[in-house]
Write a protein that binds this ligand. Structure first.
Ligand code: SF4
Length: 241
């Protein structure tokens, strides 16, 4: 797969054409293309979900230097931090920690206790979106593990698309994979994953905003349960598709 002109110069319509070209392409091939095209101005984000773990395994297989970062809200599960360490030792990677300078104590003093219960959008903005914005500024592309099947807000995602919220190109190598596809890859390649996934959790974020789900519930129904919120604001479908 090759694109002759600089990807930065493509219009949204031309980028759509590239995305159509990539439809059905193996994630490893998409990753290799993305690294060829954007390195060193590209990084991968992970929240250590199943998809992120699979992508870390794929990137390790490419044997290319890639920045991989995570947003540390200081509220992640102990199992998530342990998984981070397990992935580092298994694949020889070093995850970049990105976080706000605002400690939880300072946040409580300034915004009140348990902001996530009263205003989760503001809490996510402080602890996730702003550190992410800082990380992405200066990059030309970022890689994510989102899949169309995960939630209706991701149903129109493309394998490659413009990210108007952060003003760069977004690469989603697993966008068309099903949950079964991910589990098959993880099992076939013995990729470490979060043990909470075997305890009823499907999508794992911060401790105060994550619960297990029941059979038949949407995979992200356990996030911000009881609140009118399904995304932290990182993966908004801002391009109107
Ligand atoms: Fe705050 Fe919850 Fe968002 Fe984590 S997921 S940053 S605790 S609102």
């Amino acid at each position: 797969m090759s694109v002759a002109v600089s990807i930065d110069e493509l219009s949204d319509e031309e980028l759509d054409t590239v995305a159509v070209e990539f439809a059905g392409t193996a994630p490893e091939e998409v990753l290799a293309w993305a690294l060829d095209t954007f390195s060193p101005d590209i990084a991968m984000a992970t929240g250590f979900g199943l998809e992120g773990c699979a992508l870390v395994s794929m990137i390790a297989g490419l044997q290319r230097p890639v920045r991989i970062f995570y947003l540390d809200t200081d509220l992640l599960f102990p199992e998530t931090y342990a998984l981070r360490d397990a992935l580092e030792s298994r694949y020889g990677v070093r995850f970049e920690r990105r976080a706000t300078n605002l400690s939880l104590t300072e946040q409580a003093l300034r915004y009140g206790d348990k902001l996530w219960e009263r205003n989760p959008d503001e809490c996510c903005r402080l602890r996730k979106i702003e550190p992410l914005r800082q990380m992405l500024s200066g990059l030309r592309a970022w890689i994510t593990g989102i899949r169309r099947q995960q939630t209706s807000t991701r149903a129109a995602a493309r394998v490659i698309e413009r990210d108007p919220q952060f003003d760069l190109v977004k690469i989603n190598p697993l966008v068309s994979w099903t949950k079964q596809d991910i589990w098959r890859y993880v099992r076939d390649h013995e990729v470490p994953f979060n043990p909470l996934l075997n305890q009823g959790y499907e999508s794992i974020g911060c401790v105060p905003c994550t619960t297990p789900i029941s059979i038949g519930e949407d995979s992200r129904a356990g996030r911000w349960r009881g609140q009118n919120k399904v995304e932290c604001g990182i993966h908004l479908q801002g391009n109107g598709r």
